[in-house]
Design a protein around this ligand. Sequence first.
Ligand SMILES: [Zn+2]
Ligand SMILES: [Zn+2]
Length: 260
Amino acid sequence: MKAELIVLGTGSSVGVPVVGCQCPVCKSNDPKNKRLRPSVVLKISGKNILIDAGPDFREQALRENITDVAAVLLTHLHFDHIMGMDDLKTLSHQKGHPMDCYLAESHYDEFKTRFYYLFEGVNSVKTLSQFFTPHLLEEDSGSRAIFDFTLHYFSYFQKGVKVNGFRIGDLSYVTDLKDFSNKIFEELKGTKILFLNMLRLEAALGHLGLEDVVEIVEKVRPEKCYLTHISHAVDHQNVSKLLPKGIFLAYDGMKLAFEV
Ligand SMILES: [Zn+2]
Ligand SMILES: [Zn+2]
């Protein structure tokens, strides 16, 4: 079955341009140097599946005319990946039924703390259960039947924080990857389109550098690898020229087809 991915954002946690920064990338007129916080939407058999809902979700949804989201998959609970949940709530409110929300079981207590005001007992009129149906991913890797396809998930770490990567069909979306075991290569085997995080060319404390990306790509051998979670240290045109064959910088608004 044919499916489509729309890139909603490819920025680092602070986005590009960075507030207050006067660097050439932040001042650039190239639309590919404008990066909202990282997120993608998958369009599969008429349903929109969102991966992460960052602080720019509202702007991204208006830009791409997203008027319905069937499910949201959360990689982890850092600000740049979940602060759009309140805006997402508006959609489930309009539809009159809760939206499916997939997240690691070990993240759920923190999730409830972050969004305490949506939970029963705090606000008796609107409770979180009216907006989201939580689906807790208990294992370090596993699968779930979701609508008429299968969602695979697998975890890895970023500075001690557990993060989930997702695979649907021949697409794998892996962001905020830093520490991982070789098991990840089994999960990614056969992936044709691979998303990876690369903040800048050199490795960062919580992110892969180009050398790490190349190492992973050589093992997984996807047809195409797209980089996301990109900082203002990366000028789209200049850095694109430096990338090995088959590795590309993703950009906001980019669309691509994949197979489920
Ligand atoms: Zn992040
Ligand atoms: Zn800058």
